[in-house]
Design a protein around this ligand. Structure first.
Ligand code: SF4
Length: 196
């Protein structure tokens, strides 16, 4: 059975892609982009180790909230693509869409063939690629932080240009968790995931 090292999970958010989405942040990233929104998710340390089956169960529960899909981000999802590919395949089977944010470009992903990457891409609807570059802030498109990052529409589910079409700029959500911590997600131009 595949296991994932996850940094955070929100069962239903409207700030990480089109519609309501189950969002999963993966722990560990090699890029070290200056100005990274989630620097605590860069280190390769165990955070929450969960099985693929457990994540699928959580997605099943989230489906009751009317989610239209899942979003995978981090951290770097492509470094855990093998397990995520199984999740993406099962989500697509349930008609849930799959959006992935990666610090690698699509060309790098196709060339370097990390384990499970081709399968994950095959079961994804949108890939947003490229590292965050703080000197190139994107002030117009939804969901991304810098202008170098590209949207790749890998299926026909979403129309090209969706990232510029909606009124979703700078959506941010504030949550209070059962343990009292406050979490902000969304608005990549803000420093988010503030915790107390
Ligand atoms: S790729 Fe994303 S998670 Fe990784 S360092 Fe860059 S901004 Fe942070």
């Amino acid at each position: 059975m595949d296991y994932l090292n996850i940094a955070a999970c929100i069962p239903c958010t409207e700030a990480e892609g089109p519609g309501k989405r189950f969002s999963l942040w993966l722990q560990g990233c090699l890029q070290r982009c200056p100005g990274c929104c989630n620097p605590e998710m860069q280190e390769f340390v165990p955070r929450r180790i969960v099985s693929v089956d457990e994540v699928l169960q959580r997605i099943e529960q989230a489906a009751a909230m009317g989610i239209e899909g899942i979003t995978l981000l981090g951290g770097e999802p492509m470094l855990q693509a093998k397990g995520l590919a199984v999740i993406a395949r099962e989500c697509r089977r349930r008609s849930l869409s799959v959006v992935v944010f990666s610090g690698y470009t699509l060309r790098q992903l196709q060339r370097d063939a990390l384990p499970g990457v081709h399968e994950l891409l095959a079961h994804s609807d949108i890939l947003v690629d490229g590292p965050f570059i703080a000197t190139m802030p994107d002030l117009t498109r939804c969901w991304v932080g810098s202008t170098n990052q590209r949207f790749h529409f890998l299926s026909g589910r979403y129309p090209s240009g969706i990232e510029s079409a909606g009124p979703c700029r700078d959506v941010a959500e504030l949550r209070r968790l059962p343990n009292g911590a406050c979490v902000i997600n969304g608005a990549p131009r803000m420093s988010h995931f503030l915790r107390s």
